[in-house]
Design a protein around this ligand. Structure first.
Ligand code: 4AD
Ligand code: MG
Length: 480
C-alpha cells in the first residue's frame, strides 16, 4: 500500500479499504482492550484516529507509542462511531519508527506557553499552533506570487549583500571577512575596506527597493520577496532583525495608483487566507477565543479572527493625509486617563505607535492609509510634493498591528533628487548607478514594502512577531 497523507485521507468517502499512514503521535488513550492513537503528519491541523487492538498489535509495541513518537500504521479505513471524527483506521500493523521518551520529550499533550516554546523553536513545529502558522506562511507566500503573477509582474531577485543603504537609516549589519579586533587601517586610521572580501564596505540589505527600481524602469512592473535585515535595537512584538519583505515597484504609477494596488493586494491576501486556510484559521480562532475567556468582557475583541479578515476584504481603507491626521490627533480626547497628548506643535514629528493606534482603533476603526508625510521624517528617494514640505509617502496602518505597509512615489526628477541627496548628506558617487535611471528615460514610478511577518500577525491573530517566523532573530537572540 502507498502512503496517504492525512489531509487527503480526511477528504475521502471511500471506506473499508486498506491505507498506510505515517506521522507523529499526539496522544494515546485507552485501556487493556483498545487504544486510541491520534496521529498527525503535518499535512493538516487535524489528526487521524488509529484504533489499536492489543490482540493485533503487541503490547511491547504499544508501550512505545507515546506522545512525540513517530509511527507507521497500516489498517482499514472505516467510518467512525465515536464523537469528534468521522473516520478512523483499524490498525492491522503498527511500527514505531522513532521513540520519544515521555520522561524527556518536552511537548506533552497540554497547553505550553509561547515563551516556553520559543526556547525550543526546533520542536515547536510539532505543536498544532505552530504547524498551523507555518502552513499559513506557505499559503500566504504562494498567494503573494499568485497575485503578482496574475497581474504580469516579474519576480526579481535583488541582492542580500549590498554596498548601499536603501533606507539611509544606517541600521545595517556589516558583512566582512576582516579581523574584527585587528582590521587593516588606512593612513588616516579608518578601516581599510579595500582589503575586505568584496574590496569595499558591504552590508546585509535593509530593502530591495533601489535595485527593484532599476527593474521597474526596464520591465515595467516587478516585485521582490526576500529576507531583509535591520540592526535596530527595537525589542518589541512587531520588530525582527531578520524579516521577509514583499516589495512591488511599478513604472508609470502615481501615489494613488500605489495605494490602490496595496489595498487590493491586502484584500486579496485576506481573502486567500479565508478561502484556503479554513482548518488552520478555525483552530487559531478557537485558540484565541479560549484565551479571551479569562479576560473581562470589555477587553475581549469584538470580532473573531475570521471576521477581522472578512472586514478587511469588504471595507475600503480610510485615506487620510498626515496633516489631517495631525489635526484629528490634536482634537482628540483619547480617554479619561489621557493616555497620550499629541503635541500642539507636533506637525513634522513622526507619529508614535499610540497615535497610530488611536487613529486606526478608536477614530476610524478600520485600516488607514496615511499619505503625504513631512519630508524630514522620510527617506531621500520619496517624491517631493509641490508644497516643498511633504513627500508622496504612504503608510498603511492596521488595527492591532500598526504599520503593515510603507511606500511612496519615487522622485523621478534628477535635479530634485540630487538636491535632496545633498541636503541629506548622501554621497552621490556611491549612488551613481541609481541616478542613471533618472538620467536616461526616467518616468514617474512608485512602490511599497509589505512586512511579511506583520501580515502573518494579522492573518494568524498571534500577538508576537517571534511566533510567526520559524527562527526569529531579535537583539541578543539568534538561536540555531
Ligand atoms: O517602512 P519600511 O522601512 O520601508 C522600506 O523598506 C521601503 N524600502 C519599502 C518600499 O517602498 N519598497 O519597511 C516596509 C515594511 C514596514 O511597513 C513593515 O511592515 C516591515 O516592512 N518592517 C518590519 N517588519 C518586521 N521587523 C522590522 N524590524 C521591520 N521593519 C519594517
Ligand atoms: Mg516605514
Amino acid at each position: 500500500t502507498k502512503r496517504t497523507k492525512v489531509s487527503e485521507l480526511l477528504q475521502s468517502t471511500e471506506f473499508d479499504r486498506e491505507v498506510l499512514v505515517k506521522g507523529w503521535v499526539r496522544t494515546k488513550r485507552g485501556n487493556k482492550h483498545v487504544n486510541f492513537i491520534a496521529v498527525n503528519d503535518g499535512s493538516t491541523i487535524k489528526n487521524i484516529q488509529v484504533v489499536a487492538d492489543p490482540n493485533q498489535i503487541s503490547e511491547d509495541t504499544l508501550r512505545l507509542v507515546t506522545t512525540g513518537a513517530s509511527i507507521s500504521v497500516t489498517g482499514k479505513l472505516v467510518a467512525s462511531q465515536g464523537a469528534g471524527q468521522n473516520m478512523e483506521i483499524q490498525a492491522s500493523q503498527l511500527e514505531v519508527l522513532g521513540t520519544a521518551d515521555p520522561e524527556k520529550y518536552p511537548l506533552q499533550p497540554k497547553k505550553h506557553s509561547f515563551e516556553f516554546l520559543r526556547e525550543i523553536a526546533h520542536l515547536r513545529p510539532r505543536t498544532s499552533t505552530f504547524s498551523a502558522v507555518y502552513r499559513m506562511r506557505h499559503a500566504m507566500s504562494f498567494a503573494v506570487h499568485q497575485f503578482f503573477n496574475q497581474k504580469g509582474f516579474v519576480y526579481m531577485h535583488t541582492p542580500i549583500v549590498t554596498g548601499s543603504d536603501a533606507e539611509g537609516a544606517g541600521e545595517m549589519f556589516r558583512v566582512t571577512t576582516l579581523d574584527a579586533k585587528n582590521p587593516p587601517l588606512t593612513e588616516d586610521g579608518s578601516v581599510d575596506f579595500s582589503e575586505d572580501f568584496f574590496g569595499k564596505e558591504t552590508n546585509l540589505t535593509v530593502s530591495g527597493q533601489l535595485e527593484g527600481e532599476l527593474g521597474a524602469l526596464a520591465l515595467g512592473d516587478i516585485y521582490t520577496f526576500g529576507p531583509t535585515f535591520r540592526a535596530e535595537n527595537s525589542n518589541t512584538t512587531r520588530h525582527l532583525a531578520e524579516f521577509w519583505m514583499i516589495e512591488p515597484e511599478m513604472a508609470f504609477y502615481e501615489l494613488s495608483d500605489n495605494m490602490d494596488l496595496a489595498e487590493e493586494f491586502l484584500k486579496y491576501l485576506a481573502k486567500y487566507a479565508l478561502d484556503n486556510c479554513a482548518d488552520d484559521l478555525e483552530f487559531l480562532e478557537n485558540r484565541l477565543l479560549d484565551e479571551e475567556k479569562n479576560k473581562p468582557a470589555t477587553e475581549r475583541s469584538p470580532m473573531t479572527l475570521r471576521e477581522k479578515l472578512q472586514f478587511v476584504v469588504e471595507n475600503d481603507f480610510e485615506r487620510v493625509s498626515y496633516t489631517d491626521a495631525v489635526e484629528i490627533l490634536r482634537n482628540s480626547k483619547p480617554n479619561k486617563k489621557k493616555k497620550f497628548q499629541f503635541p500642539v506643535e507636533g506637525w513634522g514629528t513622526d507619529l508614535q505607535s499610540e497615535h497610530e493606534r488611536y487613529l486606526v482603533e478608536k477614530h476610524f476603526n478600520k485600516p488607514v492609509i496615511l499619505f503625504d508625510y513631512p519630508k524630514d521624517i522620510k527617506a531621500f528617494y520619496m517624491r517631493m510634493n509641490d508644497d516643498d514640505k511633504t513627500v508622496g509617502a504612504m503608510d498603511i496602518l492596521f488595527p492591532g498591528i500598526g504599520e503593515i505597509v510603507g511606500g511612496s512615489q519615487r522622485e523621478e526628477r534628477l535635479d530634485v533628487l540630487r538636491a535632496r541627496m545633498a541636503e541629506m548628506h548622501i554621497p552621490e558617487e556611491e549612488m551613481d548607478w541609481y541616478l542613471d535611471t533618472r538620467r536616461f528615460g526616467s518616468v514617474p514610478h512608485s512602490g511599497f514594502g509589505l512586512g511579511f511577518e506583520r501580515l502573518m500577525i494579522f492573518v494568524t491573530g498571534l500577538g508576537n512577531i517571534r511566533d510567526v517566523i520559524p527562527f526569529p532573530r531579535t537583539p541578543g537572540n539568534a538561536m540555531y
